[in-house]
Design a protein around this ligand. Sequence first.
Ligand code: SAJ
Length: 467
Amino acid sequence: MPDLQKIQIFGLGYIGLPTAALIASRGMQVIGIDTNERVVKKIQSGTVHIAEPDLDGLVQKVVSNGSLTAKSKAEAADVFIIAVPTPIDAENRPDLTSVMAAAETISGLVKPGNLIILESTSPIGTTEKIANMIAERRPDLTIGNHGSNGRNATEGVFVAYCPERVLPGRILTELVNNDRCIGGVTPACSKRAQRFYKTFVRGACVATTARTAELVKLTENAYRDTNIAFANELSLICDRHDINVWEAIDLANRHPRVKILRPGPGVGGHCIAVDPWFIIDSAPDLARVMRTSREVNNHKTEVIIDRAVALIDENPYASVACCGLAFKANVDDLRESPAMEIASHLVNKYGSRIKIVEPNLKQMPLQFSKYGAEFVNIDDAVRTCEIAIILVDHDEFKSVPLADRRHLDVIDTRGIWQDMPARSQEYTPLPAKPAQPFVATLSLTPNHLAVNGVEHDALSSDMLAPG
Ligand code: SAJ
């Protein structure tokens, strides 16, 4: 495709770098732009600054064959992709500084026929904002269509939103195989962007409007956040009633239309813990479930901190292993990680009593060593500690044999060591609030079950069999 040969990607992070490497591996010339000099140097040397399966080998290959180059300064290209961070500020409002800075740079370089794609998670209306900015800065260009004048028509500039939806840990596979949702600011923009994505995406590339695509991206993550909040809320309710939440969820999930997610120490990562705020900010009076879900998930982290503090205070001579810092299993990403928040709290309070285990990092964050915490591997942690707090379900933790950890008092926020003896079960039941008593009169005969006089179907031996 001669008009889409030189691709420039702004932002070489968790999405930009894998995308750049993948496109480069398909024979296009790719330039990656990053404002961080250290990142640029690292990629120039063919190495990577993030842990993601198979990314190191791919980057090494495309840098050494010259198809991917990392730079600090942008230049002309056929396609510009913006994959820079869109954080939230202290009031949970989207901060578009990096996106608009990239758009500003592009507005100085763009030529007729070029395609500009926003991939960063963004509030509704951002892609149109970029198109408007380019139209303002460059009155010589039309947006999303052809200029007039018949045979001498000049092509316009095409602007589209195409969110990434890849799962960290599976990025290179999902970049190719996931369906993409492509929202142009005009139908011609969607078409041009579709044509581009089809050169390296095997999934369907479905066209829509820019605003719809922006909302779809946010919706996917808000949906997941809400479902995790349900699991986290359920875990607290189970604790109050002294019911094993993992067992309750496994049993409920045997219903063909129920699929409860896993509770944990809260929700982390740069996406799910952040994106719902973009919707809430856009419609604060309407987004009630989404806001509550965010609050429930954040509250779960505080509950775990309180439980850990109570257990450590009860055992004043115990050493404590904080197992995991990443925001989820088998990645090295600490962004918005509830495990980091919990470990930081415990390190600040208990200093050298805390041992940090994070198999995906070569060293622990500096702030931990300042307080005397030690960085150890999981084997040393279970051997030398009396308490373990499981914060992340890394494979390395799951495979510790029961015999090696039987002596530990455990708070297992991920439910990975459910075979522990009863004394170190995950949850200390929460104090119960006075509740309305529920009184049921049961009468059960081999073929009849009646609750408060209402007859139910006969119980079969299948229904009573253990799971
Ligand atoms: N988590 C739970 N319980 C669960 C599932 C997840 O507590 O049952 C927690 C994880 O431990 C983690 C957080 O949620 O702290 C998020 O992890 P995740 O694996 O659900 O998602 P991310 O943040 O790695 O990636 C998400 C994905 N979005 C959806 O699944 C809807 C991914 O497809 C997106 O591309 C990505 O956000 C993104 O970049 O937006």
